[in-house]
Design a protein around this ligand. Structure first.
Ligand SMILES: [Zn+2]
Length: 221
């Protein structure tokens, strides 16, 4: 019931818990190997769905607590490598530190799927997006897991104007350069295509940007 995308090579399930956080389970259909993206509090349904697969890694979009509160619960069931952007490593629970072995700009192969980690600093300095594509490049729409970097309607929250500019730069460089059909799956809420997100951003970029603007910014206001 949680399956949101079923492709030729993968299925993607979404589980909502914690502070209305999205956690995802991506499973390769050919090999049944899977990856978990984010670990919000009370990840019970994520953990039980993952039991039907062979979990190979846990990837964290960034170190804010609501995305890692359930990490020890998840690692209690799946003792697998954890990937998080280097600058956010300090946000993991202490007992999870030792198992970190992934860095950003890193390709991870999960059966017939490639998951590419790209550094997208701004919301946090270690914010990372994960791009999921088939290994043999055969005509399947890619998906990007954007954490709190990009949502339908705007970027994630920023703590200063400089961070907002940095986040917009990350979005333009690593998300808006993907195919328009690519689905953006954020860390909270619903989804949007890259094409529609770019259209929203065009309205924002056509207006002058005051240098005092940061925080909860929306493209269309
Ligand atoms: Zn966040």
């Amino acid at each position: 019931m949680n399956t949101i995308f079923r492709g030729k090579h993968w299925s993607i399930q979404r589980f909502i818990s914690g502070f209305a956080n999205n956690a995802f389970l991506i499973t390769c259909k050919q090999t049944n190997k899977s990856v978990i993206i984010d670990a919000p509090a009370e990840p019970t349904s994520l953990i039980s769905a993952a039991k039907n697969t062979e979990v190979t890694a846990i990837l964290i979009t960034h170190g804010h607590r609501d995305h890692v509160d359930g990490l020890m619960d998840v690692t209690g069931h799946y003792d697998v490598p954890i990937g998080i952007g280097i600058a956010d490593r300090g946000s993991l629970p202490e007992s999870a530190q030792a198992s970190i072995n992934l860095v950003t700009d890193h390709d991870l192969e999960i059966g017939n799927i490639v998951i590419q980690a790209v550094a997208t600093p701004g919301h946090t300095q270690g914010s990372t997006c994960f791009i999921v594509q088939p290994i043999n490049n055969d005509n399947e729409h890619a998906h990007i897991f954007s954490g709190d970097t990009l949502f339908p309607g705007g970027p994630g929250k920023s703590t200063s104007h400089t961070r907002l500019i940095q986040m917009i730069d990350s979005i333009k460089t690593h998300i808006f350069t993907l195919e328009e059909s690519t689905m953006v799956l954020p860390g909270h809420g619903e989804f949007i295509t890259v094409g529609n997100s770019k259209k929203e951003y065009e309205q924002f970029s056509s207006r002058p940007l005051d240098s005092t603007v940061y925080g909860n910014v929306t493209w269309l206001q």
